[in-house]
Design a protein around this ligand. Structure first.
Ligand SMILES: *Cc1c(COP(=O)(O)O)cnc(C)c1O
Length: 399
């Protein structure tokens, strides 16, 4: 017998759960792409996406995933031979840096391991030593989805400003836009990249690059930019096809519009962020209680640098994989795999798993996932402290 039959729950850090409303909005016949409502709809997406990123700057849309906007953002402001500084807080920092390297960009890494946020003072010191301003940009992943470490972007900007160095600040918000606070303009971020399939609750396939005037100037100084990645026509298209440099992702537009209605026009951005903050505290409370005995441990011990979008958990040896498999087979819940945590003793990161708590998530869904995790810990005889669900319920009750 298995207790997995019923509505399957995906509790991974992206793609996230899609609201039925989003799916239903997409379920329709092929629309007119020459004139009519779809053209008007496309123009409404930018203002709402900018409201979430808190910017009045420009935004370009791409048909692609997070990797696409990693490349798009780099392609607009960096040429082969340019230098970037990458403070690394997990697998995704290395992924973005690796992509830059393949584009001929020289990357200087500052490693922070798997459990620490970046230290703005180190970045400032490196920029200060760069007296001829060879470093063109700092690539920061706000929430690294592998480690679930969140860095302080505002503090990083302040430290960069104090040096007077002109490097651009480029931030990957793919995991956490709509979950962790991003104040692009107030914090002075020059470029923000995001995707649609995490906090924005839409099936994977659309990415966004937000950029300010300083980044636009850097783009204008480029000798050559690939015409497909070029953000200039996409941000201010003279014709409809230019938004996506070709055919529009028609059905994604309906889905995204519905998701933005829910986030921006109905619940409201501040309420969405507050909901994620509370649900994240419920997750941490459960794991802290379970971790009082045995091998379960939050990867990030300092609550100030935990993300409201995803939680990475250490559970020892192969327990991560055993627990994930049990949850899928016996409880109908899929948890995220350990990612980029490999060591010699644990080459496949089997001692880790991740819980995604981004996007379309309420107390009932989260308590279901946490309840299933507790059942799995019991079923697999993984030692753990008592009271995890009580602790999470208390956080939900207090709001
Ligand atoms: C998911 C994610 C990516 C990669 O996005 P894909 O859609 O898988 O290409 C990059 N950075 C972060 C922080 C992410 O969470």
């Amino acid at each position: 017998m298995s207790l997995s039959h019923g509505r399957h729950t995906l509790s991974i850090p992206g793609p996230s759960v899609m609201p039925d409303r989003v799916l239903q909005a997409m379920h329709r016949a092929a629309p007119n792409i020459y004139t009519g409502p779809l053209i008007d709809l496309a123009a409404t997406l930018g203002p709402d996406l900018k409201a979430i990123a808190k910017t009045t700057g420009d935004m370009a849309m791409y048909i692609g995933n997070g990797h696409a906007v990693w490349e798009a953002s780099l392609a607009n402001v960096l040429a082969p031979g340019d230098r970037v500084l990458v403070p690394a807080t997990g697998n995704f920092s290395h992924g973005w840096a690796g992509m830059a390297q393949k584009m001929g960009i020289k990357t200087k890494m500052i490693e922070y391991g798997r459990r620490s946020a970046l230290d703005p003072a180190d970045i400032a010191a490196t920029l200060e030593a760069d007296t001829n301003h060879a470093i063109k940009a700092v690539l920061c992943v706000q929430t690294d989805t592998a480690t679930s470490v969140k860095s302080d972007v505002a503090a990083l900007r302040a430290a960069m400003d104090a040096t007077g160095h002109p490097a651009l600040l480029m931030v990957d918000c793919i995991a956490c836009l709509g979950c962790d606070e991003m104040q692009m303009d107030a914090w002075g971020v020059d470029v923000v990249v995001a995707g649609c399939q995490k906090g924005l609750m839409t099936p994977p396939g659309m990415g966004f690059v937000f950029f300010n005037a300083k980044a636009a100037e850097a783009r204008a100084r480029m000798e050559r930019v690939s015409s497909y990645w070029d953000w200039v026509p996409r941000a201010n298209p003279a014709e409809f096809w230019q938004y996506w440099c070709g055919t529009a992702p028609t059905h994604h537009l309906y889905g995204l519009r519905e998701a933005l209605d829910m986030i921006v026009r109905e619940e409201g951005v501040e309420a969405v962020l507050a909901r994620h903050a509370t649900l994240a505290r419920a997750v941490w409370a459960a794991f802290e209680a379970w971790g009082a005995e045995g091998p379960v441990e939050l990867n990030v011990s300092d609550a100030a640098i935990r993300s409201n979008a995803v939680t990475s958990v250490r559970i020892g040896a192969e327990n991560g994989t055993r627990l994930r498999n049990w949850l899928t087979e016996e409880a109908g819940v899929t948890l995220g795999i350990g990612l980029g945590m490999a060591t010699k003793e644990d080459p496949k990161s089997d001692g880790f798993f991740r819980v995604g708590h981004m996007g379309h998530l309420n107390a009932h869904m989260l308590m279901g996932t946490l309840g299933a995790i507790q059942a799995g810990l019991v079923a697999l005889d993984i030692p753990h402290g008592a009271g995890g669900l009580d602790a999470a319920a208390r956080v939900c009750a207090e709001g």
